[in-house]
Ligand binder design. Sequence first.
Ligand SMILES: [Zn+2]
Length: 114
Amino acid sequence: MSCGNPHQTPCTDVLHALILFIDGEIEDQRVSHAIEFHLSECPPCADEQMAEYRFRNLLSRSCAETAPQELRQRIASDLAVQSISWSQSITYTEISTDTFIQTHVEIRESYEQE
Ligand SMILES: [Zn+2]
């Protein structure tokens, strides 16, 4: 994953640090500036950054989603109970090697009679 142009910071370093960079967890200002600069001049790495943002956006949207009211009511009436408690768990696994980054997201929803 490289655009073929020489960079001050190698693409592999940038991609490895990308998650930390997006999270704002890089404390060394010189490092975060170097990454910022790299992203501005390296389209493939900038694409990776965009992909990560899109992924996060998707993830936060699914986190924010709750079961539709209608569905809750239907289940509540099926079970003849007044209250149902919903739980949602999200597992986010990332496997990263030098050649690829694989992400796996699993969202489980369950309900319980209170
Ligand atoms: Zn790059």
